[in-house]
Design a protein around this ligand. Structure first.
Ligand SMILES: Cc1cc2nc3c(=O)[nH]c(=O)nc-3n(C[C@H](O)[C@H](O)[C@H](O)COP(=O)(O)OP(=O)(O)OC[C@H]3O[C@@H](n4cnc5c(N)ncnc54)[C@H](O)[C@@H]3O)c2cc1C
Length: 393
């Protein structure tokens, strides 16, 4: 006999989307079960996002006044756009009165897992969902397997797919093909983590004739840097000396502080939005619903924005029997998702060197960068989108 669980909301995925949703539901007295195929230790150690919008930080601070985002995280009031060897600061505070925080996603997850476990959340690790049985559309059922290979079924009033970019929940909501829109890019990022002090106070987004580079950060001792590469590049191929030479050539004017590289990966770029974010009593949030290229630092922030909308809609549905917000969840979430898709696409195109670009493409791109940095309106658009639009619209 499969292990049978009954709850109000079954959440598949204990990433930022699933954990924050479980918290917002608990605040409204709505019980949930969260399952994740990984172990807690694996979730807490996967290196991913680093930049949190102001609205994300305000939400994390409200739900967990003890969050280390304010103590360990670092507020950044601007970024630098660099091209033709010159740096141009985009001053977020002066332009829009907002900031972003550098606080790695695995630290956010460590905080959230401690918060939810401390509150008695039913969290089940090593449990992998394989699909949905929605024979009874009012009582969808998650079909899963635990780490011993035993079957688990979760009966719920609502099921949320917060299971990331390779979502298995997506087909239950949006159809077998995912039925969405998709864009692939002709380049990728070669990313490193290294033991070194920061090379600059703020992030540098550098467009150079040789390709893009991002000089990001992780902590006072560990740095994250990326350079544009071919999507087929082998992450193990270049020597450390070659990696540093490539990075350094792409940020003329800054002498990079070097140290041992202890992680390297190639990150391909995709834009995707599922055709449906909700069907009956099933909904998608976060990367399960959409993917953005990382240039705009939007992925995790967008997951948080979906969850804020969905939590409110589930409160109305499950506590007040009012389906109006759930009926419009897709439409309202998609407004922000497409703004973020546009911003991520725009930053990506403006900063990366097209592999088969000609002289026209290169000169036009410099014209585009100048249109941004030499115009207050251009800088303000970038600052507004990067620091994030208000969370509840
Ligand atoms: C290198 C990199 C840098 C990034 N930088 C930024 C940034 O600076 N700012 C930003 O906002 N975003 C950034 N992102 C994107 C961000 O990391 C994601 O958008 C974010 O993790 C999405 O959260 P999520 O909860 O939707 O999905 P995930 O974090 O992917 O969580 C999904 C969870 O579901 C679990 N799961 C999957 N399938 C199943 C299953 N069948 N059954 C049970 N559990 C399952 C997974 O184990 C996982 O824990 C970056 C991403 C990468 C890769």
């Amino acid at each position: 006999m499969p292990q049978s669980i009954r709850t109000r909301v079954a959440i598949v995925g204990a990433g930022p989307a699933g954990l924050i949703l479980s918290h917002l539901l608990a605040e409204e007295g709505i019980e949930s079960v969260v399952i994740d195929r990984r172990t807690r230790a694996e979730i807490e150690s996967t290196i991913r996002a680093g930049i949190l919008e102001q609205g994300t930080v305000e939400l994390l601070t409200r739900i967990d006044p003890g969050t280390r985002v304010q103590t360990v995280g670092e507020r950044h009031d601007g970024i630098e756009l660099r091209f033709q060897g010159e740096g141009h600061r985009i001053d977020f505070q002066a332009l829009v009165g907002r900031s972003v925080w550098l606080y790695p996603q695995h630290e956010v997850l460590t905080d959230l897992l401690a918060l939810r476990a401390g509150a008695g959340q039913d969290l089940r690790f090593g449990v992998t969902a394989s699909g949905i049985d929605d024979t009874d559309p009012d009582q969808p059922r998650v079909i899963a397997t635990d780490s011993q290979g035993d079957n688990v079924v979760i009966d719920a009033d609502f099921v949320v797919g917060a299971d990331g970019s390779r979502s298995v929940m997506r087909s239950a909501v949006a159809g077998a093909s995912g039925n969405g829109v998709f864009r692939e890019y002709p380049f990728a990022w070669f990313g490193i983590l290294c033991d070194a002090p920061p090379s600059s106070d703020e992030l540098i987004y550098s467009n150079s004739d040789d390709g893009f580079a991002l000089i990001s950060q992780r902590s006072p001792q560990v740095q994250r840097m990326y350079f544009q590469c071919d999507p087929g590049m082998d992450a193990q191929a270049p020597s450390e000396a070659e990696i540093w030479a490539t990075l350094q050539a792409r940020v003329p004017g800054t002498s990079l502080k070097r140290g041992p590289v202890f992680q390297r990966d190639v990150l391909s770029f995709r834009s995707f939005v599922a055709g449906e974010l909700r069907r009956g009593r099933l909904a998608l949030v976060g990367d399960a619903a959409h993917t953005v290229p990382p240039t705009g630092a939007k992925g995790m922030n967008l997951a948080v924005a979906d969850v804020v909308l969905l939590a409110r809609a589930l409160h109305a549905l499950l506590r007040e029997d009012d389906s109006r917000l759930i009926d419009t969840y897709s439409e309202r979430a998609l407004r922000r998702i497409w703004k973020a898709q546009h911003f991520s696409w725009w930053m990506t195109g403006m900063l990366h060197t097209p592999p088969r670009g000609d002289d026209f493409d290169r000169r036009r791109q410099i014209g585009e960068l100048r249109s941004v940095v030499e115009s207050e309106a251009g800088r303000a658009y970038l600052a507004e989108a990067y620091t994030g639009w208000p969370l509840d619209v």
